[in-house]
Design a protein around this ligand. Structure first.
Ligand SMILES: *[C@@H]1O[C@H](CO)[C@@H](O)[C@H](O)[C@H]1NC(C)=O
Ligand SMILES: *[C@@H]1O[C@H](CO)[C@@H](O)[C@H](O)[C@H]1NC(C)=O
Ligand SMILES: *[C@@H]1O[C@H](CO)[C@@H](O)[C@H](O)[C@H]1NC(C)=O
Ligand SMILES: *[C@@H]1O[C@H](CO)[C@@H](O)[C@H](O)[C@H]1NC(C)=O
Ligand SMILES: *[C@@H]1O[C@H](CO)[C@@H](O)[C@H](O)[C@H]1NC(C)=O
Ligand SMILES: *[C@@H]1O[C@H](CO)[C@@H](O)[C@H](O)[C@H]1NC(C)=O
Ligand SMILES: [Zn+2]
Length: 447
């Protein structure tokens, strides 16, 4: 069973990763090249912003990625080894409950069962029917909540399962060729491989996306376990990248259904990304698995094939062979007239829910309400913008935005007021994580 092999492979990869933990990490040298925020209001359009905002922590210094003193690593200390659905932050559970009560999470899709690593099943329910619509069975819901294809002519690149010690040659290659890819990262791999993670973020400016905390078949999990798998991974990316909030996730084994897709979208604002071609590169070297030559043959076939739809090919940063196959095929992409792009930016939209990309400014704060001005000691930007922000932020704490409409109206105003008034400040924070200031206690309520 390919999926069984995959599980084993993943275990092996996790073990490798875990055994490779003791990197000394000194990421300070990579610290400064990420952009600082340039505006102080937030166009929030999804309640997820209320779950992760680095809000009422003004002035705190975030631990550097991989920081290892005091032990256990300060940066890692708050994150779990596994997801315990009974120990999720209450604010996540509340957001889930609210979405569920609002009927946004289908109640009629059962948790799937899985025997011997086979494909998940749903009892008598048809996995490709309109109730379940399992992506494992290639059911396409046709909603915009799930992406399978790239725009015509686009080779949309992404890599799963990193960061790993084997990732570095890939990162070097991407860096040398000046291209950006999407990295669907496993949360626990981020914890165990902070150096590779920091390199991908700080040096590559890679597009970071979610591949769950521990790489399970997501449809086999309860709603709250699904939530935790996604949210913990978002949290570590958020806390390590100056507050960026991932916008995309890819289910391990491509396993999602209407329930899982809805939890990702409705509670966390995440769009599900599958693929339209699978290299099976992960199985190179396994008994009965793909061969390196076979993977390259397939890549060549697809790259020299039709341009519609564009290609979303499943590839991994798992091993020398998976990375090597991509590197070998890379020149063919341009030679055959494809536009190389990152999955997260192939549609021309933002890479993160609150930022265009790694270099762009971050919008953070509360709905449409200008947030408190940064303290003058750390402000290196226009003082006039700071003071106008201070005044317009009066009453922030009391501001309860109770409808999206009023949020938008205020946002438009905030935008008029602050566009071009670029308030920058340098933070002393390690690892490129700027310190952000936000409204304390502002409540965001969607209709
Ligand atoms: C993430 O950052 C927040 C500060 O906004 C902090 O309160 C929280 O403990 C951090 N989470 C973890 C798991 O370290
Ligand atoms: C697509 O997903 C939506 C949201 O979960 C659901 O209401 C709808 O029934 C799904 N359609 C199909 C065909 O699966
Ligand atoms: C999605 O659209 C395709 C093409 O129109 C169709 O074949 C397929 O049945 C649709 N899927 C669902 C679940 O409705
Ligand atoms: C970010 O900015 C740095 C320095 O200006 C540049 O080298 C890099 O290519 C940019 N990365 C992205 C993702 O735009
Ligand atoms: C893979 O291993 C070979 C042989 O050790 C080495 O020459 C090559 O650079 C490696 N490729 C990658 C992408 O790491
Ligand atoms: C902007 O603020 C002004 C003054 O407070 C107010 O009169 C106007 O209606 C606001 N505009 C919007 C779009 O909210
Ligand atoms: Zn994976």
């Amino acid at each position: 069973m390919p999926s069984a092999v995959r599980s084993l492979l993943f275990l092996a990869a996790s073990f490798l990763a875990a055994s490779a933990v003791p990197h000394d990490s000194h990421d300070h040298d990579h610290a400064a090249n990420r952009a600082l925020p340039s505006r102080w209001y937030h166009d929030e359009d999804h309640p997820v912003h209320a779950l992760f905002r680095r809000g009422n922590t003004d002035g705190i210094t975030y631990p550097a990625i991989g920081s290892n003193a005091p032990l256990p690593p300060e940066w890692a200390a708050g994150f779990p080894d596994k997801v315990d659905p009974t120990k999720l932050p209450q604010v996540w559970v509340d957001a889930y409950t609210k979405a569920k009560n609002a009927g946004k999470i289908p109640a009629n899709v059962p948790v799937s069962t899985q025997a011997n690593g086979g494909n998940p099943t749903y009892g008598n329910l048809n996995p490709t029917g309109a109730v379940v619509c399992s992506t494992t069975y290639k059911c396409r819901n046709n909603s915009t909540d799930v992406i399978w294809d790239a725009p015509d002519g686009v080779f949309a690149s992404s890599f799963d399962d990193g960061p790993l010690p084997t990732s570095q040659p890939l990162y070097d290659f991407l860096n040398e060729n000046n291209v950006i890819s999407t990295h669907f990262f496993i949360g626990t791999n981020i914890l165990y491989n902070p150096n590779e993670f920091a390199y991908c973020w700080n040096t590559l400016g890679g597009d970071l996306a979610v591949h769950t905390w521990t790489h399970p078949y997501m449809t086999t999990l309860s709603d709250l376990s699904v939530l935790g798998e996604l949210a913990w991974t978002m949290q570590i990316i958020h806390n390590s990248t100056g507050g960026r909030l991932p916008k995309y996730w890819r289910p391990p084994y491509g396993d999602a259904d209407n329930r899982v897709v809805a939890i990702a979208k409705e509670v966390l604002g995440l769009t599900t990304v599958i693929w339209n071609q699978d290299t099976e590169d992960w199985s190179i070297g396994e008994a009965g698995g793909a061969t390196r030559a076979g993977v390259n043959q397939n890549l060549q076939k697809w790259i020299t094939g039709p341009k519609s739809p564009g290609l979303v090919i499943l590839e991994h940063e798992l091993s020398n062979d998976t990375v090597g196959a991509f590197i070998q095929a890379f020149p063919l992409i341009a030679q055959n007239g494809w536009k190389f792009d990152s999955v997260a930016r192939m549609d021309g939209g933002a890479v993160y829910q609150n930022s265009a990309d790694a270099n762009s400014s971050l919008t953070i704060g509360s709905v449409g309400v200008p947030v408190s001005a940064p303290p003058s000691s750390s402000s290196v930007g226009s003082s006039s913008s700071s003071s106008s922000q201070s005044s317009s932020s009066a009453g922030n704490n009391a501001a309860k935005t109770t409808s999206a409409q009023s949020a938008q109206a205020t946002g438009a105003n905030a935008s008029t007021t602050h566009n071009g008034a670029v308030a920058r400040f340098l933070s002393p924070v390690l690892a490129g994580a700027a310190t952000f200031f936000s409204v304390v206690g502002t409540v965001f309520v969607l209709p």
